[in-house]
Design a binder for this molecule. Structure first.
Ligand code: NAP
Length: 348
């Protein structure tokens, strides 16, 4: 590639801040010219994006900045930012060189300039696994499952574990880690296809389609006649309220996410919080970025599990940058089966 080559760079841009459910039309595609070179002294890295990750937290970034969020909002008119896998094309940063493969925060565009202030890039050292896994199993969602299950849930062998949104990027791994640990695991998901995956591919002991259940309290009591020791919370709202009375004494609830609330202007109230006292439950929220220092340790554990076939991972791959808005929006109606990602270039 000649120095100073200029390319037309396709980008996905947020048009304006979003209220309610996001729509494909909240985003648009445009092109901008880009010189394939980083300025000297900038400390920046220029990357070609290969895979982009669609993650529920991105909905919060589509909201006008407000006090009660821990994410920076996207800037309307600028490319959407999100996790991705990319190849370094040019670098003015001593930690990265041309040809390196990386994962971390990049732009929803073909090429991105990642400046030093944003550098949260991880160099990819292991390429004998699918590269796309670095958007999921070997990236942020995988780390979330690992930290959430081992650190926040404090599991014990034989514990009963309930995982909601169980077939998704995080949930499918939580269930498999819990099974490997010797727990009894039940998952819920929103379709028959997903329930089949939970039972037949990921090895959950039981699974149910929460959309078909009229009385969630009764459903949970049916699947957990002896109560729930650990709830890995991905959805919030009515599900959390239904789980609380079925929790066991000294149960743990890892509050990973509450996707059922992300598009509501006002979050639903929870009625059964008194159970936290009567049952001495520890309910703890966490954010994976606080634990990225554990990533090397996670790789040491998870890579052998993948190679030995002890852990499997299902991905839902949309093809082409143009398909990214629909893929992202689809998370909020359960359109994705497994980890949702977008493949935008095969130039690995
Ligand atoms: P995912 O499960 O791959 O995709 C989202 C899934 O959520 C959908 O497929 C859908 O599955 C379910 N869903 C959507 N709307 C719902 C609703 N109203 N009620 C119930 N379920 C609904 O997503 P993920 O990346 O694994 O994320 C799972 C959760 O973890 C999210 O809450 C996310 O925000 C959170 N998270 C937290 C951290 C952290 O650091 N704390 C990091 C990553 C992710 P169904 O078909 O089953 O409904």
């Amino acid at each position: 590639m000649a120095a100073m080559e200029e390319v037309s760079n396709k980008q996905i841009v947020l048009k304006d801040y979003v209220t309610g459910y996001p729509k494909e039309s909240d985003m648009e595609i445009r092109t901008r010219n880009l010189k394939l070179e980083v300025p000297q002294g900038s400390n920046a890295v220029l990357v070609k994006n290969l895979y982009l990750s669609c993650d529920p937290y991105m909905r919060a970034c589509m909201t006008k900045p407000h006090d009660d969020t821990y994410f920076d909002s996207f800037t309307p008119g600028s490319p959407i930012a999100g996790y991705g896998v990319a190849k370094v094309v040019d670098s003015d940063n001593p930690n990265f060189k041309k040809g390196d493969l990386v994962w971390g925060i990049t732009g929803w565009e073909e090429y991105s300039i990642i400046t030093s202030t944003q550098l949260g890039l991880f160099k990819i050292e292991h390429t004998d696994v699918p590269l796309s896994y670095y958007t999921g199993l070997l990236g942020m969602p995988g780390m979330t499952a690992y930290v959430g299950f081992y650190d926040v849930c404090s599991p014990k062998k034989g514990d009963t574990v309930y995982v909601s949104a169980a077939s998704g990027a995080v949930g499918q791994l939580v269930g498999q880690l819990a099974k490997l640990f010797g727990c009894y695991v039940v998952g819920s998901a929103g379709s028959k296809q997903k329930v089949d995956l939970l039972k037949n591919k990921f090895g959950f002991d039981e699974a149910f389609n929460y959309k078909e259940e009229q009385d969630l309290d009764a459903t949970l009591k049916r699947y957990f006649p002896n109560g729930i020791d650990i709830y890995f919370e991905n959805v919030g709202g009515k599900m959390l309220d239904a789980v609380l009375p079925t929790m066991n004494l000294h149960g743990r609830i890892a509050v990973c996410g509450m996707i059922s609330q992300y598009n509501l202007e006002k979050h639903e109230g929870i009625h059964n919080l008194f159970c936290l006292i009567s049952k001495r439950i520890r309910m703890e929220g966490f954010i994976v970025v606080d634990s990225y220092h554990l990533y090397p340790k996670y790789l040491e554990i998870i890579l052998p599990c993948i190679k030995e076939g002890k852990v499997t991972y299902v991905e839902d791959v949309a093809v082409g940058l143009e398909s990214a808005p629909a893929a992202l929006v689809g998370l909020f109606s359960g359109h994705n089966v497994g980890k949702q990602l977008v493949a935008i270039s095969h130039d690995e």
